[in-house]
Design a protein. Structure first.
Length: 436
């Protein structure tokens, strides 16, 4: 577990560091720029994360094949997913670039924030194919029980991202556009490195590298349940950002940073989920339900305790963290209040992400899709209530309004945890064999 989880933890922490670095660098340009980044990043992450099944679904399929003793079959399934990533990435990139400004205006932010958001999103769209290819290649390597290679790619990419952003934003004077270009270049380099490693694995195993239309289509249809799950999840995140935008630029800027910190913690905890995906898929592929359940119990405990530790750290630093992102005292105050809520919710997050990883590794995509849609339905009245009560909440103070929004968001995690608890108690998720 540790052999898989520790490198995965470091690699996953590096991923949100792209946005943390962007937020810290852009935050010192001004509040409108930081608010614009909040809108653009929410849109960009939605476009990319709609296809997270390229990583999660591929990990499950490849791990099952490895457990069943077919390395060539595992790699050919992974290559199909990579070709699918190229196709989806190109189509999505064009769509996002063309519709950048209308997409940003959907959040209801100020004209100044929308202008910066559209600039960032239009440029960042060029990096979407690389983002999706990196997702797919990473999923294959995780399924092969290799989490070290994605770690190297993430560390190199994050380092390059910081250097490029500082050089282009401040050195070249490109502002928010320089940050977008720096991230695109770093993501492209990561994708090329991961694909190079994947090709080497495939050649050693005698796997074919060319695109097979029938297999690529099967890879796409297999990912549909996880796509539905992700659509529902991204809808929850987007509507939360929309409600924050309705509170004003200061709450939106603070929410952007709080959401980025939350994402950083999510990726940290998701290291255990990655280990859960690989170990569960391999155990069920080998027909060993007992091993899958034993690993699940251990990782659930680790997830809850890991979340508690991260929560204590954030709580201790909730007055310090805002200074790294903005000089605006109003944004700092609102962000500090939101971070208290983020900290308290981390043990719950640890449980949720581990069980999510177990069920993804088991290939339980259809149930995950249904559960997430039900969670969305239950969450919408709560978050829309914050929108309707915006004026009285703001009269109580911007920090109070944003804290309430984050309390409601934590309720979403609680709803999700209840669904997971009911599922994991039974046996319907633990289907054995090389394919579910």
């Amino acid at each position: 577990m540790l052999r898989l989880a520790v490198p995965a933890f470091l690699a996953l922490v590096a991923e949100p560091m792209f946005l943390l670095a962007d937020s810290a660098i852009i935050g010192h340009l001004g509040t409108a720029q930081l608010a614009g980044l909040g809108v653009a990043s929410a849109t960009l992450l939605t476009a990319a994360n709609l296809f997270v099944f390229l990583a999660y679904g591929t990990t499950s399929v490849v791990a099952r094949q490895v457990g069943a003793g077919s390395e060539r079959g595992a790699l050919e399934a992974g290559i199909d997913g990579t070709w699918l990533a190229v196709l989806l990435g190109v189509v999505t990139s064009v769509a996002v670039a063309v519709a950048a400004e209308p997409l940003c205006r959907l959040f209801g932010a100020s004209d100044a924030a929308v202008g910066h958001a559209a600039t960032y999103l239009r440029i960042s769209a060029a990096g979407l194919p690389a983002m999706l290819v990196a997702l797919a290649a990473t999923g294959v390597l995780r399924g092969l029980q290799d989490t070290r290679t994605p770690l190297v790619a993430s560390v190199v990419g994050f380092t390059a991202n910081i250097v490029l952003n500082l050089a282009l934003v401040y050195g070249a004077g490109w502002g928010i556009a320089g940050s977008a270009w720096g991230t695109v270049i770093a993501q492209t380099g990561m994708a090329l490195g991961l694909v190079t490693v994947l090709v080497r694995h495939a050649r050693r195993a005698g796997a074919t590298l060319h695109a097979h239309p029938g297999r690529v289509l099967r890879a796409a249809t297999t990912g549909i349940p996880l796509l539905v799950r992700t659509l529902a999840l991204r809808s929850i995140l987007l509507v939360t950002t929309w409600v924050a935008a309705g509170l004003g630029d200061v709450p939106l800027a603070a929410h952007q940073v709080a959401a980025t910190v939350w994402s950083f913690l999510v990726f940290a905890l998701d290291a255990l989920a990655i280990a859960a995906q690989a170990l569960t898929g391999r155990a069920l592929g080998a027909g060993d339900v007992g091993a899958a359940r034993a690993a699940t119990s251990t990782m659930v405990r680790w997830g809850a305790w890991g979340g508690a530790v991260l929560g204590v750290v954030v709580l201790a630093l909730h007055q310090v963290i805002p200074a790294a992102f903005t000089q605006d005292p109003a944004v700092r105050s609102a962000l500090a209040a939101a971070l208290v809520v983020v900290a308290v919710g981390q043990p719950l997050s640890g449980y949720v992400f581990v069980v999510d990883g177990v069920l993804i590794g088991a290939g339980d995509g259809r149930w995950l899709a249904r559960a997430m849609v039900a969670t969305l339905v239950l969450y919408l009245p709560l978050v829309l209530g914050v929108h309707l009560l915006a004026e009285p909440l703001l009269r109580a103070g911007v920090p109070t309004a944003l804290a309430v929004l984050w309390v409601v968001f934590t309720a979403f995690m609680a709803i999700r945890a209840l669904f997971f608890w009911s599922r994991i108690r039974g046996d319907a998720w633990a289907v054995t064999g090389a394919a579910r």
